[in-house]
Design a protein around this ligand. Sequence first.
Ligand SMILES: Cc1cc2nc3c(=O)[nH]c(=O)nc-3n(C[C@H](O)[C@H](O)[C@H](O)COP(=O)(O)OP(=O)(O)OC[C@H]3O[C@@H](n4cnc5c(N)ncnc54)[C@H](O)[C@@H]3O)c2cc1C
Length: 454
Amino acid sequence: MSKKYCVVGGGIAGLLSAIQLAKAGQKVYLVDKEKDMGGLLRSQMINGISFDYGTHIIAKSHIPEIDELMFDMIQEPEWESLHHLKNGNYFKKLNSTSPFVDTHCLEKNDYDKAIDELKNLKANDGSKIFENLEEQLLFTFGKVLTEKIYQPICQKFFNKPLNELAVNSYLLLGPGRLLAFTADETRELKKEKHLDNALAFHSFLEGIKTHSNFYPSEVGIGLWVNKLLEKIKNCDVTVLNGVQLTNLNLKDKKIASFTINGNQTIECDEVIWTIASPPVFALTGLKTPPPLPGFKFEKVNTSIHHFKSLSKPLTDLHYITCFDPDVLSFRITLYDNLQPNVSEKNNYYRTTVEVLSHGTTDLQTIERKVMNELVTMKIFSRLEDLEVLHSEVMPAGFPLPTKVLKQQEQLQLSCLQEQIENLHFVGRGQGNAFFMNAVLIDTFQKIDGLLKCQ
Ligand SMILES: Cc1cc2nc3c(=O)[nH]c(=O)nc-3n(C[C@H](O)[C@H](O)[C@H](O)COP(=O)(O)OP(=O)(O)OC[C@H]3O[C@@H](n4cnc5c(N)ncnc54)[C@H](O)[C@@H]3O)c2cc1C
């Protein structure tokens, strides 16, 4: 029997939910507060030049059902198929062959101690439950690497002591493993599961599935959103974009209808919630659980800066994550390395820098600093060739993953799940999935489960 679904949030999780439900014959309303759908996957035209809202290079999920729903329109020549992603990192110096921090940059004494500690690390048989990030890092990498590598990186991004941060929060920004030993020794050591979790291959050519990454050959990543929206409209989904959800109307522990813009009420049987849970309390009138001791919602100031350069980048990397605490930049996307055909036609090169900051929020100050960094990190050769085209604050920002925030989120989630039977949290809404493919997989599995129970 067909049901009416209200899907809240038109980012990748909402788009997949809508397509999956509609293809299964359900009536779907897709609601987004913004006129432009796609969430973080937006592209922006600035002075006629296309930029994205951060680094978003698509990777197939390798789950056939998801790939068919979401990636069937991705074909050459409209899309570049990338043999492998060239993602480098900056920590004391630019590493152009790996996204992982190279521990060889440590002082010799520290490096030798770190290596000894790594060799003596124990495997976790599952009985070790970590209380916070510090415990997890000490167990996974040892004392020296925790203090000399992760502590400064987490200080840069989160500005909090490691023991206040949630387990796994270091994975949100990328430095999941480290480079140590030689490439050959690493291959041997990685045969042990616990060392496999700590050590990275020395080159991004090892341990990857080739040809599973894609980027449009001419325009920005917004192309994917446009294609998904076409698909959604062809499946008869009602897209309600640029609207305010003003009420979720409860009846017998179920959301019976939702109201938009305060004046239009639409009946529904199930609600798929892809965004954070707090707005549900205000929209239903349910009481928010009291804050846990020490809880304060905090986010990292996140801004995005688009540049044009008259000279070519000095690297062929697709993007670079800057872990170095002395550098303000967080992630640098080099579009013309992804789209060689475009740069051949233009006489300029496009770059986006995302910044996570705790100090100044003045965009001009950040722009100046970032431009200098692009030259000192040897990504561009000449400051005078760089021009800022646009800077803006990302209002949703980056969540500050403290231990108490995760606990508060879980408390709110279970409180809502107890009181509302037909509200389903998927993707980032349920708090665990974060990266695009994790969001897609979580969403697909939850929707699949719902459809099977119907
Ligand atoms: C700064 C930043 C950078 C990231 N970079 C990457 C990356 O490089 N690679 C990667 O894999 N992941 C990245 N992520 C993780 C990101 O979570 C996923 O990539 C994915 O895009 C998230 O999709 P989503 O649908 O969950 O959320 P979003 O893309 O955030 O979409 C949420 C949608 O919900 C809408 N919305 C919000 N509130 C309401 C409301 N009250 N009513 C109606 N609509 C609402 C928004 O307008 C938006 O369209 C990044 C996250 C952040 C914060």
